[in-house]
Design a protein around this ligand. Sequence first.
Ligand SMILES: [Zn+2]
Length: 76
Amino acid sequence: MARSGSVETVTNKNMGVPKRKPSHSRQRMRRAYNSVLTLPQVTSCPQCASAYVPHRVCPSCGYYNGRQTITVNSLS
Ligand SMILES: [Zn+2]
């Protein structure tokens, strides 16, 4: 039997395939952008002093803008 219905044939028919691999320069340019990316900023909560993302409700005490907004169930 001819293997006309192989996975590779179907994949190449439906998807765009790069004509050539990225050069070392392009590969390095793509990966150089990762040095720009940083983790989201984290500050300490004024209510409970635990770490939280600014302009979000504190996940440990439920406070936002100086008042209780959500009730947090603590398992401990
Ligand atoms: Zn808090």
